[in-house]
Design a binder for this molecule. Structure first.
Ligand SMILES: Cc1cc2nc3c(=O)[nH]c(=O)nc-3n(C[C@H](O)[C@H](O)[C@H](O)COP(=O)(O)O)c2cc1C
Length: 307
């Protein structure tokens, strides 16, 4: 029998466990359709707020040898425009659509979730963890158990029938305690992790930080081992499905995330390194790996690293 990489995520069937991570190609229906056509089972929108937001000045994205540094600053056209893109995408593709949201206060998270729910996405992903907007937003909410509890409860209520995933940061005192907080506050899933840092790179020619914002979140292969350990810890602590995010670039990376307990595997920075082929290449790699071992589905390896 041929192996099957389709998965069921919170009752919905996906052709592949691969997901486009928030922040990369997630602003328009057309760009997200290209990602679904390229082999992703789901796409996550760029994080959006109630109102449009300009973000940080350029340069905002800087590739380096093992990753990316970014300080995009959550620029987005606001909930009304993003809902139009989500509804348009719904008519263009059967792939799942995850709406990523953020706010300045728990109440604003709730109001944004209520707006996002109007476009009936398959999931609302709650970005409590962006590390490069500290100047405007203070320490990320994801560092505080109390804030994550309040935001999860308020968003869950506002989202109605739409399931909710809380996107965590490693920059908190205990990821397993934070995962428990999410579970006990009603979350349906956990996404882990957001970018790490912030970090910095200096242009030695002009002797100044390269990013206009000076600091930015670190992503890509440089953070893979950190993300993998976070996924392993969360999946070993709570029963919620985990959307693994951080540095996934190859089939082996995706397999490791699934063996650590991930239900889905998100890819962001690798789209910069490898373009959209990264989705079809990893899908094909998973099928080859399973064929060689006569495995039927990904369930057979999920969480195996815990045994
Ligand atoms: C350019 C860029 C923009 C991002 N914007 C967002 C965002 O708006 N919301 C969010 O939750 N994460 C955002 N992220 C973080 C990614 O979704 C992801 O969590 C992180 O980059 C680690 O995955 P990766 O190594 O596959 O990129 C962004 C990442 C990058 C590189």
């Amino acid at each position: 029998m041929k192996p099957d990489i389709s998965v069921t995520f919170l009752t919905k069937k996906m052709s592949s466990p691969l997901v486009l991570a928030s922040g990369v190609l997630g602003l328009t229906a057309d760009s997200m359709k290209r990602v679904l056509d390229a082999g992703a089972g789901a796409v996550t929108t760029k994080s959006f707020s109630m109102e449009a937001r300009k973000g940080h000045p350029c340069p905002t994205i800087l590739p380096f040898e093992n990753g990316l540094l970014n300080a995009v600053g959550l620029s987005n056209p606001g909930a009304e425009e993003m809902n139009k893109e989500i509804s348009k995408l719904r008519n263009l593709s059967k792939g799942l659509i995850f709406a990523s949201i953020f706010g300045k206060t728990p109440e604003e998270f709730g109001r944004t979730a209520a707006l996002a729910a109007e476009s009936e996405p398959d999931l609302i992903e709650v970005n409590v963890s962006c590390p490069n907007v500290e100047s405007e937003f203070g320490t990320p909410f994801g560092a505080s158990f109390r804030d994550v509890e309040a935001i999860t409860k308020i968003v869950k209520h506002a989202a109605g029938a739409v399931p909710v995933s809380i996107k965590l940061t490693v920059h908190c005192q205990s990821l397993s305690k934070m995962a428990h907080v999410c579970e006990e506050s009603g979350a349906d899933a956990i996404t882990a992790i957001n970018t790490v840092g912030p970090g910095m790179l200096i242009d030695t020619g002009v002797m100044k930080p390269v990013l206009a914002n000076k600091v930015g979140g670190v992503s890509g292969p440089a953070i893979f081992p950190i993300a993998l350990k976070a996924v392993w810890e969360i999946a070993g602590t709570v029963k919620l499905p985990v959307i693994a995010t951080g540095g996934v670039t190859t089939t082996d990376d995706a397999l490791q995330m699934i063996m650590a307990g991930a239900s889905l595997v998100s890819i962001g920075s690798a789209v910069y390194y490898k373009d959209l082929d990264v989705f079809s290449n990893i899908n094909a790699g998973l099928l080859d790996w399973m064929t060689e071992r006569k495995m039927k589905n990904l369930q057979e390896i999920r969480g195996k690293a815990h045994e």
